[in-house]
Design a protein around this ligand. Structure first.
Ligand code: FAD
Length: 490
């Protein structure tokens, strides 16, 4: 029996041909860019994907530690005609950190892990190679500070923030990228650009939602906030019915307070309504009671935790443990789901999902609504295109050993289709034209490898795609930075 690591190495496609590869590695060597050769014992780990289903072999792996080395690495890629791909934490579901295909020059930013809080401005400068768990601990240790970010401690801040960054305090404090006040990026022509609301504002707009397409970000600057001390961590078992789903949609759209962060965690065993409320127990009870009474006054548990303890609770692991599986994942963002669509969606759960014995789950985050910090940010102020989405869905199907079955894809595709198709029927125009599929967004941070480039562009960036495309043409006309779903990819 092969271990998972050995198995993915055997499955990895063959490396690119030797001649241009030599020119590339020679260029990196003569430019004094540190690189990891295939003979190095650390090479296999550096190109190991989080998603073992999608192994890709880069042409070369650069591991710069200075801005000048990042510039030199890009110059080598351009001179030798290689697509250049930054990797930070390597957690892309579509292995986009490896390029999403074979033969890229991978620029591994793993050594960019500095996390420093300026004690006068409380602005944190964070290197892109830092992992979320380390970021949380480093910020907290510097005066009890925090930023909004996702749950999994091994995710890299580099890719996470570039696509959004949703977590257990996003309803209160916005996405990770909403805490961003600046960044440094090295562009295709080697320029080192400072990005902020006043410096290169177009690029600053673009990287907040589509940052992987425009260059190599070296560090981010975040306005931190004081980590909340009173974190009410709660969990209730409720039935996954259309009525409960619609009640929660209505809650997100009306009385759910900003301090409440909530998700539905759905498995074949049922639905857990869980999250964190930032405030007192009494305020929490007042805020949760109205929705609990509508979903059957379920049994549940609550406890009061500190900030780091609350993060650890939902990390389901130590804040430093990396994991990997053979997975297929999809996402969806919905603005308002009709009763008919909710019924079709729940029927798929009962009739199909519960018959699938793999280790799948569905997370539905109560993402938007009038009190959500995400929705309060004006729709066009960043390239993130889902400010108005009430619910955000992560469909995740995995096998812990062996390969993901080729018959598996239709399961999650079918679940998404159950909702989208039911909604389309209701939304069909009088002339018979279909409602555009872009009504349903998808989230680039849960990159779906089964989408074509066009589908990805339309679903991830909706109405913001045209502006992204124009900015991309102006700073990277030759697609030096690309992957199968990047801006202007074909
Ligand atoms: C176990 C797990 C849990 C997750 N939990 C959450 C969650 O709670 N909330 C959430 O929002 N998301 C979550 N995600 C998704 C995660 O945010 C994305 O996969 C994110 O892109 C990962 O970033 P990375 O740096 O680790 O990945 P990488 O694979 O290194 O990079 C991802 C993409 O970003 C680009 N990129 C990386 N570094 C840079 C850089 N320095 N400059 C420019 N582009 C760069 C890459 O080229 C690639 O296209 C989770 C993913 C996993 C695997």
């Amino acid at each position: 029996m092969f271990s998972a690591t050995v198995l993915w190495l055997l499955l990895a496609p063959a490396a690119v041909s030797a001649a241009p590869l030599t020119a590339l590695t020679d260029c990196l060597t003569s430019s004094a860019v540190p690189q990891l050769l295939t003979t190095n014992s650390k090479y296999a780990l550096a190109i190991k994907p989080f998603n073992l289903r999608l192994p890709f072999t880069p042409a070369a792996v650069a591991q710069p530690t200075t801005v000048a080395q990042v510039q030199a690495a890009i110059a080598c890629g351009v001179a030798q005609n290689f697509t250049v791909t930054p990797k930070s934490g390597g957690h892309s579901y579509a292995s986009h950190g490896l390029g999403g295909e074979n033969g890229h020059l991978m620029v591994d930013m793993k050594y960019w892990t500095n996390v420093t809080v300026d004690s006068s401005t409380q602005i944190a400068t964070i290197g892109v190679g830092s992992r979320l768990g380390n970021v949380a601990q480093a910020l907290y240790s510097q005066g009890g500070r925090a930023i909004s970010h996702g749950t999994c401690p091994g995710v890299g801040i580099g890719g996470h923030v570039a696509g959004g960054g949703y977590g257990y305090i996003s309803h209160t404090q916005g996405l990770a990228m909403d805490n961003l006040v600046g960044a440094q990026m090295v562009l295709a022509n080697g320029t080192v650009a400072t990005l902020s609301a006043t410096e290169n504002p177009d690029l600053f707009w673009a990287i907040r939602g589509a940052g992987a397409s425009f260059g190599i970000i070296t560090y981010y600057k975040f306005q931190t906030f004081a980590a909340p001390n009173s974190n009410i961590v709660y969990s209730y078992n409720i039935q996954f019915t259309a009525a409960n789903y619609l009640a929660l949609q209505n809650y997100a759209n009306t009385t759910m307070p900003a301090e409440m962060n909530m998700r539905m965690f759905i498995t074949s065993g049922g639905l857990q309504l869980e999250g964190i409320y930032y405030g007192s127990q009494s305020a929490f009870q007042a805020a949760i009671s109205p929705i609990l009474s509508q979903v059957g006054n379920p049994y549940g548990s609550t406890s009061t935790m500190g900030w780091i303890q609350g993060l650890s609770n939902y990390a389901y692991m130590s804040l430093t443990t990396p994991i990997d599986y053979d997975i297929f994942s999809k996402s969806l963002m919905t603005v308002a789901v009709t009763p008919a669509a909710a019924a079709a969606f729940v029927a798929y759960y009962q009739n199909t999902a519960r018959t699938v014995s793999r280790d799948w789950y569905l997370i539905i985050d109560l993402h938007g609504g009038p009190t959500s910090a995400i929705s309060k940010v004006p729709m066009d102020s960043t390239s993130y295109a889902h400010r108005n989405a009430l619910f955000k869905y992560e469909f995740y199907d995995r096998v812990d050993s062996g390969s993901y079955p080729s018959t598996g894809f239709s399961f999650l595709n079918g679940w998404v289709a159950s909702l989208v198709n039911a909604r389309k029927k209701r939304g069909q125009k009088a002339d018979g034209c279909k409602v555009p599929t872009t009504t349903f967004g998808m989230y680039i941070n849960y990159a779906d490898s089964s989408l074509t480039a066009d589908q990805a562009h339309n679903s991830y960036w909706l109405t913001h795609y045209a502006r992204l495309s124009a900015i991309k043409k102006s700073v990277d006309p030759n697609q030096v930075f690309s992957n199968p779903q990047a801006i202007n990819s074909k």
